[in-house]
Design a protein around this ligand. Sequence first.
Ligand code: ADP
Length: 484
Amino acid sequence: NETNVNHGSQAGNLYINGSWQLGSGPVLSSVCPVSQESVWSGNSATVDDVNGAITAARQAFASWRKQSVEARKGIVRKFAELLGENKEHIARCIGAETGKPLWESRTEVAAMIGKIEISINAYEERTGTQESDVAAGHTVLRHRPHGVVAVFGPYNFPGHLPNGHIVPALIAGNTIVFKPSELAPMVAEETVKLWHQAGLPSGVLNLVQGAKDTGIALAAHDQIDGLFFTGSSGTGHILHKQFGGRPDKILALEMGGNNPLIVDNPTDVEAAVHHTIMSAFVSAGQRCTCARRLLVPVGEKGDAFIERLADVASRLKVDKFDAEDQPFMGALISLDAAKGLMAAQHSLLERGATAILSMQQINQDAALLTPGILDVTNVMDLPDEEHFGPLLKVIRYDSFEQAIELANKTSFGLSAGLISDDRALYEQFIDEIRAGIVNWNKPITGASSAAPFGGIGASGNHRPSAYYAADYCAFPMASVEDEQ
Ligand code: ADP
């Protein structure tokens, strides 16, 4: 298996202070969600291992923060070059570990590379020295790194999303302890190897592998200055509580959504179907920006749209990541995740939903699900949950005002979209919708890499995209100076 990581001469699978070390915790193994074969295994980090990584990061901070921004940028650019040279290898690792089709894994690596220059520009534009003369005197604004930050990665974009924190944090002069998702350790390891090759000094980026216990040890540590998290809402809320009463630490959370898409009788039904399919089913529904609730007006036009949508969705190809004839959708991350989605569908049906297109598991030994579309208009007290997979809930509405009201009926607020011929309706929508990312006649998963990315409410508290990440990776320091 060419994607299987061979630790070879490497002494272990934790990267601490510039060398590979054996973890002392339980064995962690990563399996392909289709074949169930192990693609990676190693040992997780214990509390002691985590302590070692934080100590290394603290020591490295003293000199890393003093390196010129130019020197730091040079290493980051070298990393981008190495990513380019190893594009296919990293894409295959992402595919083997997460089930994401190769066409899409390749776009993930391209996005990682794209974020490098965006992060560099953002750092310069958002944190450059600014001078002004005010009554108090000549004021100079500079930026300083926080210190040691922990980066927690998710499994759905195991390269791109942690990279969106790591790159800006490094440019700003922070040092890092990276704790990837326990469901995607291989992608993390292969990426960290490239940082090593790029010449990152020892201790500047440390990798600790492991599940929840490793995460708890890292998050609770009093020697971290911040934590940048991408993951589930449940864990994000636990971390937020844990960080209450720790005002000396910065916490950036990105936690998903229960995103609404309104399709209000557009003339171009085929385009609307395409945007809806991309919104709900790309990445097998495992993007935090995916549409979870589809709002469609009652009436014949709405009926015809839903019928066409179900027809196209029923023919979407679902297969393993490296199938020669590439599928639109790959597997869910694990058999457990597939089981959870099937249970969610079952529970909604029991509560009065009707199946427009029933989601199905292709076979019990693989995490491959076909798309599902349920009409939940008559379900009372619809749970405000993120179903992280290819399950779309349809709600019918009587008026556009009601559609917006329904769209806002969630504690989340990540992405939202409107498909309509009427720009005035979109103006009303952007005025009233509570979401961090809004789209008009586009898939709602298509966030631009350079735009602020992130949500409000239970979706998060920062904009963890490369551009705005510059804002929380460094703190502004004002100095009022004598003018000589
Ligand atoms: P996802 O479902 O996107 O992987 P999770 O919230 O399950 O999201 O996990 C995100 C990251 O948080 C993972 O690295 C995981 O190991 C870690 N994690 C899970 N529970 C906790 C916790 N209680 N404290 C700290 N980290 C945790």
